[in-house]
Design a protein around this ligand. Structure first.
Ligand code: NAD
Length: 509
């Protein structure tokens, strides 16, 4: 088990990888890659430790999760420093991850007891009232979590918490682009006095595949293309999956919107974390009467942004040059097809994987910047004549993660929201649904299958359900067995049919 953090290793170490800071190119740290052949052994050791973890009960596990939350609070500065050097984030962006994780921990500490309690269900027919029906939640022993690089704290651990709370062990495979932060998160788990039910498998595709082959449930966050491969691999052993995938989130600005608010939301929603957020604002549709005002307010807000890693900047670097290349392609192709960049639009000279905040206008759906996930600091804005045109264009996408609608008339905005084909809609705000742990966060279409959070479901999804039917009384027990007379059986079937037909007869009238 790779239980020992290996953030610092000598260069000569066989199997060590060096991680560079994308803002400066400096070495951020080193990591020991896991040999895929070792994954079955790591999973077996987790499977063994999980038994005692489950036996602690919900309250016992909540105590450990609480100590972990306190540890995270105490080590926030250290984690954020590492985050910045591993990802090139600005300090304000990096500062959002640990508090989000602590908030999620706090929520599950509160609800885990209720989530894991067996549920009594009423009998469906009157003659079944002699039975007590209970649904029990039994943790899947090993949950494999495969994470992306854009939020190395939140995306690695926010699903792990629900699984650990449920009594599962977790085998976490962080992105090979950001493995260092996960090592510190594991160190925190160990330092909190928690048992060996969290382990890391560090590496790329081969390690991921070994995790899939050795887990009882797969929680995957990443691109839609990889999500499909994960599902295919998991299908070999019929392992259930939950896939949180890519997005191309639209924002709709109605003519009665608070334009200043909408512009600031669009700029933050598009540029936060250098645009590398699954639920970032990737395209905007603005009603004609407020289009000019919205574009002017957006450009003004973008011109105030400072780009760089660490303190004093709004957003930082992209994760590496391959990610910058996607942003460049989307912007360059759009400009070649007639779009205009009102800000940015060109990669700056100098070191680091930076791209400037870029507002694009005169865009349409023939351009990749409006249809493919950019995952960069771009904000393409399109003028629309009617609300139905905005809805049609918003839905004209292979993705369906989330969306936002801006209007001073909340009921009108809600009516628009319910015509959008996606997992969540924020009204007069962006991204905030991600903080609503009581509601599911999941995508439609190629944005995913299943959902994270969702209140008690955020724990129960990592469990198998077991129904236990027990007698309340022995009166009438075995009334349908062969040892009853055929006459008695016929009488009973007649009675059952009559009882079952009572509601359909009433409803059909
Ligand atoms: P990615 O799909 O390239 O990689 C994700 C993870 O999958 C990594 O750990 C990687 O090592 C692993 N992987 C790669 N190939 C694999 C394979 N064939 N089989 C199994 N695992 C494999 O994604 P990324 O570039 O790391 O992350 C960016 C993507 O993640 C974007 O599309 C973004 O929208 C999405 N994302 C979605 C959410 C969400 O909640 N919906 C959140 C964050 C990021």
């Amino acid at each position: 088990m790779t239980a020992t953090p290996e953030v610092e290793l000598p260069d000569s170490f066989d199997g060590a990888g060096t991680i560079h800071n994308p803002a400066t190119g400096a070495v951020a740290g080193q990591v020991r890659w896991t040999d895929p052949a070792d994954v079955p052994r790591i999973a077996a050791s987790l499977r063994e430790a999980q038994k005692e973890w489950e036996a602690r009960g919900a309250k016992g596990r909540a105590k450990v999760l609480a100590r972990y939350a306190v540890w995270l609070g105490d080590h926030r500065d250290e984690i954020e420093r590492l985050l910045i050097s591993e990802t090139g984030k600005s300090a304000v962006d990096a500062a959002q991850e640990v508090p989000l994780l602590i908030m999620i921990l706090s929520y599950y500490i509160k609800v885990v007891d209720k989530a894991m309690a067996p549920e009594q269900r009423p009998a469906s027919l009157p003659f079944l009232s002699v039975k007590k029906v209970a649904v029990h939640y039994r943790p899947r022993p090993v949950v494999g979590i495969i994470a992306p690089w854009n939020y190395p704290v939140a995306n690695a651990m926010m699903d792990a918490i629900g699984a650990l709370a449920a009594g599962c062990a977790v085998l976490l495979k962080p992105s090979e682009r950001t493995p260092l932060t996960a090592e510190v998160l594991l160190r925190g788990w160990i330092d909190s006095g928690a048992p060996d039910v969290l382990a890391l498998a560090q590496g790329a595709r081969e390690v991921s595949e070994a995790v899939i082959d050795n887990s009882d449930y797969i929680q995957f966050t990443g691109s839609s293309a990889t999500g499909a491969k994960v599902m295919e691999r998991a299908a070999r052993r019929l392992t259930p999956v939950s896939l949180e995938l890519g997005g191309k989130d639209p924002m709709i600005v109605l003519e009665d919107a608070d334009v200043e608010l909408a512009a600031n939301a669009a700029v933050w929603g598009a540029m936060f974390n250098a645009g590398q957020t699954c639920v970032s604002v990737e395209r905007v549709y603005v009603l004609e009467p407020v289009y000019d005002q919205f574009v002017a307010a957006t450009v003004k807000a973008v011109e105030n942004l400072k780009v760089g890693a660490g303190e004093g900047y709004h957003f930082g670097a992209q994760i590496d040059d391959s990610q910058v290349a996607i942003t460049e392609r989307h912007v360059n192709d759009a400009i070649a097809a007639g779009a205009k960049a009102l800000t940015g639009g060109k990669r700056p000279e100098g070191p680091g994987s930076f791209y400037p905040p870029t507002v694009l206008v005169d865009v349409d759906h023939s351009m990749a910047c409006m249809t493919e996930e950019t995952f960069g600091p771009t904000l393409p804005i399109m003028k629309v004549a009617t609300v139905s045109e905005a809805i049609r264009l918003a839905n004209d996408s292979q993705y369906g993660l989330s969306a936002s609608v801006f209007s001073k008339d909340i009921e009108r905005a809600k009516a628009v929201a319910l015509q959008l084909d996606c997992g969540a809609v924020n009204i007069n705000d962006v991204i905030s649904n991600l903080m609503c742990t009581t509601a599911p966060m999941g995508g439609w279409k190629t944005s995913g299958i299943g959902a994270r959070f969702g209140g008690l479901d955020g724990v129960r999804k990592f469990c198998k359900q077991e129904t236990v039917v027990a007698p309340r009384t022995n009166v009438g027990a075995g009334g349908n067995y062969y040892n009853n007379s055929h006459k008695a059986l016929a009488r009973m079937n007649k009675l059952m049919t009559k009882l079952a037909l009572a509601r359909p007869r009433r409803t059909a009238k």
